[in-house]
Design a protein around this ligand. Structure first.
Ligand SMILES: [Zn+2]
Length: 167
C-alpha cells in the first residue's frame, strides 16, 4: 500500500515547564522590570517512519531531552547576551546587568542562564530550544526527523511557535 500522508509526533507534558525570571527590551528606550513566568514548552517533530519500528521518534527519548532542556533554564534569571542595549557581564560569582550603560541588576552567577539570544521573548526562547533540540538530535544521529516545531507559552493562551526544517 502506498502511503500518501505524513506523520508527526508531539509532546506537551505538565513537567515540560520552566519557572524563570526575565525582562525584555522594546523598541525605543523601553525596558521591562524583572518578573517571572511559568513557561511551558511543547514540541512537534515531523518525520519519516523508521522502517523497523514504525515510529517517527521515540516518545521516551523525546520527553527526556525536552525535560533536560527545560531543567537547564528552570529557576534561573534568563539573560540575553546579544541585546545591543543590555550589557551582561560575568564578574566572578556575580553577573551585572546594565541597560544602555546604566547599572540595573546584580545576580548570583549560579542563578542566571546566559543565553545566546538578543531578547528573552517567547519567540527567541522557542528558537533557542529548537536549536538545542536539533543539536541533540544530530548528536544522536536521528535522521528521520524533517522538521521541529517548538512552542513556548508564557501565559495561558499566549505563546510563540518556531518551526524549522532540518534539510
Ligand atoms: Zn515577561
Amino acid at each position: 500500500m502506498e502511503r500518501r500522508g505524513k506523520f508527526s509526533v508531539s509532546v506537551a507534558k505538565d513537567y515540560l515547564v520552566f519557572a524563570s525570571a526575565h525582562f525584555i527590551t522594546f523598541a525605543g528606550h523601553r525596558c521591562e522590570g524583572l518578573h517571572g513566568h511559568n513557561y511551558r514548552a511543547s514540541v512537534t517533530l515531523d518525520g519519516e517512519l523508521d522502517e523497523e519500528t514504525w515510529l517517527v521518534f521515540d516518545f521516551v527519548m523525546l520527553k527526556q531531552i525536552m525535560r533536560r532542556l527545560c531543567d537547564e533554564i528552570d529557576h534561573k534569571v534568563l539573560l540575553p547576551l546579544e541585546n545591543p542595549r543590555l550589557q551582561v557581564v560575568e564578574d566572578g560569582s556575580s553577573v551585572t546587568v546594565a541597560y544602555e550603560g546604566k547599572p540595573r541588576y546584580v545576580f548570583p552567577r549560579v542563578d542566571c542562564a546566559l543565553l545566546p539570544i538578543p531578547n528573552t521573548t517567547v519567540e527567541m526562547l522557542a528558537e533557542l530550544l529548537a536549536n538545542r533540540l536539533q543539536a541533540q538530535l544530530e548528536s544522536m544521529g536521528a535522521r528521520g526527523v524533517t522538521a521541529i516545531e517548538m512552542e513556548v507559552e508564557e501565559n495561558f493562551g499566549q505563546s510563540a511557535v518556531y518551526k524549522v526544517g532540518l534539510r
